[in-house]
Design a protein around this ligand. Sequence first.
Ligand code: SF4
Length: 199
Amino acid sequence: MSDGVETFTIRVIDLKQYVYCPRILYYQVVLPAVRPLTYKMEAGITAHQVEEGREKRRSLRSYGLADGECTFNVPLFSAALGLSGILDMVIETETELIPVDYKQSRKIGKHVKLQLMAYGRLLELAHPTGKPVQRGFLYLIPERKATAVPFTPSLRRQLNQAITGLQQIIWQQQMPAPAKQPAQCVDCEFRRFCNDVVT
Ligand code: SF4
Protein backbone atom coordinates (compact mmCIF):
# COMPACT_ATOMS: atom_id res chain seq x y z
CA MET A 1 0.00 0.00 0.00
CA SER A 2 1.45 3.41 -0.92
CA ASP A 3 2.10 6.21 1.59
CA GLY A 4 -0.55 8.32 -0.12
CA VAL A 5 -3.23 5.76 0.58
CA GLU A 6 -2.09 5.11 4.17
CA THR A 7 -2.68 8.77 5.04
CA PHE A 8 -5.89 9.14 3.02
CA THR A 9 -8.94 10.27 4.93
CA ILE A 10 -12.37 10.37 3.37
CA ARG A 11 -13.59 13.95 3.10
CA VAL A 12 -17.27 14.73 3.43
CA ILE A 13 -17.13 16.34 -0.03
CA ASP A 14 -16.01 12.96 -1.47
CA LEU A 15 -19.55 11.70 -0.91
CA LYS A 16 -20.69 13.82 -3.84
CA GLN A 17 -18.48 11.96 -6.30
CA TYR A 18 -19.29 8.65 -4.64
CA VAL A 19 -23.01 9.12 -5.25
CA TYR A 20 -22.39 10.29 -8.82
CA CYS A 21 -19.89 7.55 -9.73
CA PRO A 22 -17.77 5.64 -7.15
CA ARG A 23 -15.04 5.19 -9.72
CA ILE A 24 -14.20 8.92 -9.64
CA LEU A 25 -13.08 8.58 -6.03
CA TYR A 26 -11.03 5.52 -6.96
CA TYR A 27 -9.09 7.60 -9.48
CA GLN A 28 -8.57 10.38 -6.97
CA VAL A 29 -7.02 7.86 -4.59
CA VAL A 30 -4.78 6.00 -7.00
CA LEU A 31 -4.01 8.99 -9.25
CA PRO A 32 -4.05 11.89 -6.75
CA ALA A 33 -2.03 14.26 -8.97
CA VAL A 34 -4.32 14.23 -11.99
CA ARG A 35 -7.08 16.47 -10.73
CA PRO A 36 -6.51 20.24 -10.78
CA LEU A 37 -8.58 22.78 -8.85
CA THR A 38 -11.15 23.76 -11.45
CA TYR A 39 -12.67 27.18 -11.98
CA LYS A 40 -16.00 25.84 -10.73
CA MET A 41 -14.37 24.71 -7.47
CA GLU A 42 -12.67 28.11 -7.00
CA ALA A 43 -15.97 29.92 -7.70
CA GLY A 44 -17.70 27.70 -5.15
CA ILE A 45 -15.11 28.54 -2.48
CA THR A 46 -15.53 32.28 -3.10
CA ALA A 47 -19.35 31.99 -2.94
CA HIS A 48 -19.07 30.25 0.44
CA GLN A 49 -16.86 33.03 1.80
CA VAL A 50 -19.33 35.71 0.65
CA GLU A 51 -22.21 33.74 2.15
CA GLU A 52 -20.45 33.49 5.49
CA GLY A 53 -20.27 37.30 5.62
CA ARG A 54 -23.99 37.55 4.86
CA GLU A 55 -24.80 34.86 7.41
CA LYS A 56 -23.15 36.85 10.20
CA ARG A 57 -25.62 39.67 9.50
CA ARG A 58 -28.62 37.41 8.96
CA SER A 59 -31.04 36.51 11.71
CA LEU A 60 -31.58 32.93 12.84
CA ARG A 61 -35.21 33.46 11.83
CA SER A 62 -34.17 32.07 8.42
CA TYR A 63 -33.89 28.75 10.25
CA GLY A 64 -37.09 29.13 12.29
CA LEU A 65 -35.02 29.61 15.45
CA ALA A 66 -35.47 32.30 18.10
CA ASP A 67 -31.91 32.08 19.38
CA GLY A 68 -28.69 30.12 19.18
CA GLU A 69 -24.97 30.59 18.86
CA CYS A 70 -23.32 30.28 15.44
CA THR A 71 -19.79 29.04 14.79
CA PHE A 72 -18.34 29.15 11.28
CA ASN A 73 -15.94 26.90 9.36
CA VAL A 74 -15.82 24.16 11.96
CA PRO A 75 -13.17 21.48 11.29
CA LEU A 76 -14.44 17.98 12.11
CA PHE A 77 -12.63 14.66 12.15
CA SER A 78 -13.32 11.10 13.27
CA ALA A 79 -10.50 8.58 13.29
CA ALA A 80 -13.06 5.82 13.84
CA LEU A 81 -14.90 6.70 10.62
CA GLY A 82 -11.76 7.83 8.74
CA LEU A 83 -13.83 10.88 7.83
CA SER A 84 -13.11 14.61 7.94
CA GLY A 85 -14.64 17.85 6.75
CA ILE A 86 -15.04 21.56 7.37
CA LEU A 87 -18.62 22.45 8.19
CA ASP A 88 -19.85 25.87 7.07
CA MET A 89 -21.76 26.63 10.26
CA VAL A 90 -22.96 25.05 13.50
CA ILE A 91 -25.93 26.49 15.38
CA GLU A 92 -25.93 25.59 19.05
CA THR A 93 -29.23 26.11 20.87
CA GLU A 94 -30.20 25.25 24.43
CA THR A 95 -31.26 21.78 23.35
CA GLU A 96 -29.46 20.77 20.15
CA LEU A 97 -26.59 21.16 17.72
CA ILE A 98 -27.55 21.89 14.12
CA PRO A 99 -25.12 21.64 11.17
CA VAL A 100 -25.66 24.06 8.28
CA ASP A 101 -24.13 23.49 4.85
CA TYR A 102 -24.22 26.23 2.19
CA LYS A 103 -24.82 25.02 -1.34
CA GLN A 104 -24.29 26.82 -4.62
CA SER A 105 -27.31 25.04 -6.07
CA ARG A 106 -31.04 25.46 -6.61
CA LYS A 107 -31.92 21.80 -5.98
CA ILE A 108 -31.38 19.35 -3.15
CA GLY A 109 -29.95 16.08 -4.46
CA LYS A 110 -29.25 12.84 -2.62
CA HIS A 111 -25.55 13.62 -2.29
CA VAL A 112 -26.06 16.92 -0.45
CA LYS A 113 -28.34 15.27 2.12
CA LEU A 114 -25.71 12.58 2.61
CA GLN A 115 -23.00 15.20 3.09
CA LEU A 116 -25.12 17.03 5.66
CA MET A 117 -25.77 13.74 7.47
CA ALA A 118 -22.00 13.12 7.50
CA TYR A 119 -21.39 16.51 9.12
CA GLY A 120 -24.11 15.70 11.63
CA ARG A 121 -22.48 12.36 12.47
CA LEU A 122 -19.08 14.01 12.90
CA LEU A 123 -20.64 16.64 15.17
CA GLU A 124 -22.23 13.94 17.31
CA LEU A 125 -18.88 12.23 17.74
CA ALA A 126 -16.85 15.39 18.29
CA HIS A 127 -18.90 17.66 20.46
CA PRO A 128 -18.22 17.59 24.19
CA THR A 129 -21.70 18.81 25.24
CA GLY A 130 -23.40 15.62 24.12
CA LYS A 131 -26.34 17.62 22.77
CA PRO A 132 -28.34 15.67 20.18
CA VAL A 133 -27.89 16.24 16.45
CA GLN A 134 -31.25 15.35 14.96
CA ARG A 135 -31.43 17.58 11.90
CA GLY A 136 -29.46 19.95 9.74
CA PHE A 137 -30.10 22.77 7.28
CA LEU A 138 -29.09 23.09 3.66
CA TYR A 139 -28.82 26.76 2.74
CA LEU A 140 -29.26 27.17 -1.02
CA ILE A 141 -27.30 30.32 -1.83
CA PRO A 142 -29.03 31.19 -5.16
CA GLU A 143 -32.46 30.77 -3.56
CA ARG A 144 -31.45 32.37 -0.24
CA LYS A 145 -33.47 29.65 1.42
CA ALA A 146 -32.79 27.25 4.29
CA THR A 147 -34.31 23.75 4.11
CA ALA A 148 -34.41 21.47 7.13
CA VAL A 149 -33.24 17.88 6.64
CA PRO A 150 -34.22 15.43 9.41
CA PHE A 151 -31.55 12.83 10.23
CA THR A 152 -33.79 9.80 9.83
CA PRO A 153 -32.70 6.18 10.44
CA SER A 154 -32.81 5.68 6.66
CA LEU A 155 -30.44 8.60 5.99
CA ARG A 156 -28.10 7.37 8.73
CA ARG A 157 -28.10 3.90 7.12
CA GLN A 158 -27.32 5.38 3.69
CA LEU A 159 -24.36 7.23 5.19
CA ASN A 160 -23.00 4.08 6.85
CA GLN A 161 -23.29 2.19 3.54
CA ALA A 162 -21.53 4.98 1.64
CA ILE A 163 -18.67 5.16 4.16
CA THR A 164 -18.23 1.38 3.97
CA GLY A 165 -18.17 1.57 0.16
CA LEU A 166 -15.64 4.41 0.23
CA GLN A 167 -13.42 2.57 2.69
CA GLN A 168 -13.39 -0.48 0.42
CA ILE A 169 -12.31 1.65 -2.53
CA ILE A 170 -9.54 3.32 -0.54
CA TRP A 171 -8.15 0.39 1.40
CA GLN A 172 -8.61 -2.39 -1.15
CA GLN A 173 -7.98 -0.18 -4.18
CA GLN A 174 -10.47 -2.15 -6.20
CA MET A 175 -11.87 -0.33 -9.20
CA PRO A 176 -15.64 -0.05 -8.73
CA ALA A 177 -18.16 -0.65 -11.52
CA PRO A 178 -18.64 2.24 -13.95
CA ALA A 179 -21.44 4.81 -13.68
CA LYS A 180 -24.92 3.34 -14.11
CA GLN A 181 -25.87 5.90 -16.75
CA PRO A 182 -23.41 6.06 -19.70
CA ALA A 183 -24.49 9.67 -20.29
CA GLN A 184 -22.64 10.56 -17.08
CA CYS A 185 -19.36 9.57 -18.73
CA VAL A 186 -19.58 11.91 -21.72
CA ASP A 187 -18.05 14.97 -20.04
CA CYS A 188 -16.22 13.17 -17.25
CA GLU A 189 -12.64 14.34 -16.68
CA PHE A 190 -11.61 10.71 -16.02
CA ARG A 191 -13.12 9.39 -19.23
CA ARG A 192 -9.69 8.64 -20.71
CA PHE A 193 -9.01 6.09 -17.95
CA CYS A 194 -12.32 4.22 -18.37
CA ASN A 195 -11.81 1.97 -21.36
CA ASP A 196 -14.78 -0.21 -20.47
CA VAL A 197 -17.47 2.43 -20.89
CA VAL A 198 -19.21 3.08 -24.19
CA THR A 199 -20.26 6.66 -24.91
S1 SF4 B 1 -15.97 7.97 -17.25
FE1 SF4 B 1 -17.91 7.24 -16.39
S2 SF4 B 1 -17.39 5.38 -15.24
FE2 SF4 B 1 -15.45 6.49 -15.64
S3 SF4 B 1 -15.16 7.73 -13.80
FE3 SF4 B 1 -16.24 9.01 -15.29
S4 SF4 B 1 -18.43 8.76 -14.80
FE4 SF4 B 1 -17.32 7.09 -13.79
